[in-house]
Design a protein around this ligand. Structure first.
Ligand SMILES: NC(=O)c1ccc[n+]([C@@H]2O[C@H](COP(=O)([O-])OP(=O)(O)OC[C@H]3O[C@@H](n4cnc5c(N)ncnc54)[C@H](OP(=O)(O)O)[C@@H]3O)[C@@H](O)[C@H]2O)c1
Length: 260
């Protein structure tokens, strides 16, 4: 794989193409570690995990193995993202959640720590899919203050959010001392997020696309993207697969980072 371009995010640089680690139902497996190791072999340097994916431990093992095999010379070559799950999105639980994430990964710091969703769940609730009665409105001010503490302690080089709308970003920015570096959202040619991208550009918030191939339909996103007739016509004309055209569109035309 050719070297992946990077953009500056705070004091580090974010590789524009990332490797996702969510496999539904969320469970760790040997296959997960092997696929992450394979991705590193291919040249991926940005890996996207989350506590709710149960992918942090296999990712940590893959990093140790990649170092042992000499695929990377040091941990600094990687850009590791993980996410605060909704049941830990309470001010007193943020730092303990990040400490657990770092322990799972066997790392001293994350490159990026994201608030996974702009909503909280009752503390202690880790079952997915969750019951709607567990949902609570998030106290953006206090949760974000706790994220800022994670950053100031050096445990997260950058902090950001995921699945935040313009309105929710505005609410968060109203009290934030450190603005979010990233907003990771679903984005594809069928869901282009034009208004949100414009808003984020104005606030210097980097947008990362997840599910650029459309997602899994019944679990998240839509599976209509890979079935798009227009994309199929382009793919046939160019002698590429629909997925290749799709990633090209998400990565180069939308000019944001993406996590396939
Ligand atoms: N922040 C968030 O809330 C959030 C939400 C969702 C995802 N994410 C992140 O984004 C990552 C990617 O998510 P994703 O939705 O794109 O899931 P994905 O499981 O990587 O792919 C989604 C769909 O694309 C298909 N696909 C993958 N590669 C393909 C290829 N080369 N050719 C044809 N079809 C292909 C898959 O088919 P198969 O089933 O055949 O593999 C699957 O149906 C996740 O692992 C996670 O890290 C973040």
């Amino acid at each position: 794989m050719a070297s992946i371009p990077r953009v500056p995010i705070g004091s580090s640089t974010l590789p524009l193409l990332g490797f996702g680690t969510a496999v539904f139902p969320f469970a760790a497996s040997e296959t997960m570690k092997e696929s992450i190791l394979h991705a590193i072999k291919l040249g991926y340097r940005h890996i996207d995990a989350a506590s709710v994916y149960n992918s942090e431990q296999p990712l940590g093992e893959a990093i140790t193995e990649a170092l042992g095999l000499g695929l990377i010379k040091s941990r600094e070559e990687l850009f590791v993202t993980s996410k605060l799950w909704c049941s830990d999105a309470h001010p007193h639980l943020v730092l303990p959640a990040l400490s657990k994430t770092l322990k799972n990964l066997g790392l001293e710091y994350l490159d990026l720590y994201l608030v996974h969703f702009p909503v909280s769940l009752k503390p202690g609730s880790y079952v997915v899919p969750f019951d709607k009665t567990e949902l609570l409105p998030m106290d953006f001010k206090s949760v974000w203050e706790a994220m800022e503490v994670c950053h100031s302690l050096g445990l997260a080089k950058s902090i950001g959010v995921s699945n935040f709308s313009c309105k929710k970003l505005q609410d968060l920015l109203a009290t934030a001392k450190i603005p979010p570096a990233v907003n990771q959202v679903e984005m594809s040619p069928l869901w282009q997020q034009k208004k949100l991208r414009e808003f984020c550009k104005g606030k210097n918030i980097h947008v990362t696309a997840y599910s650029p191939l459309g997602g899994r339909g019944t679990v998240w996103g839509t599976n209509e993207v890979l079935g798009s007739k227009i994309l199929l016509e382009i793919a046939q004309a160019k002698g590429k697969t629909v997925a290749q055209v799709q990633l090209h569109l998400s990565f180069f035309i939308l000019r944001f980072s993406c996590i396939p």
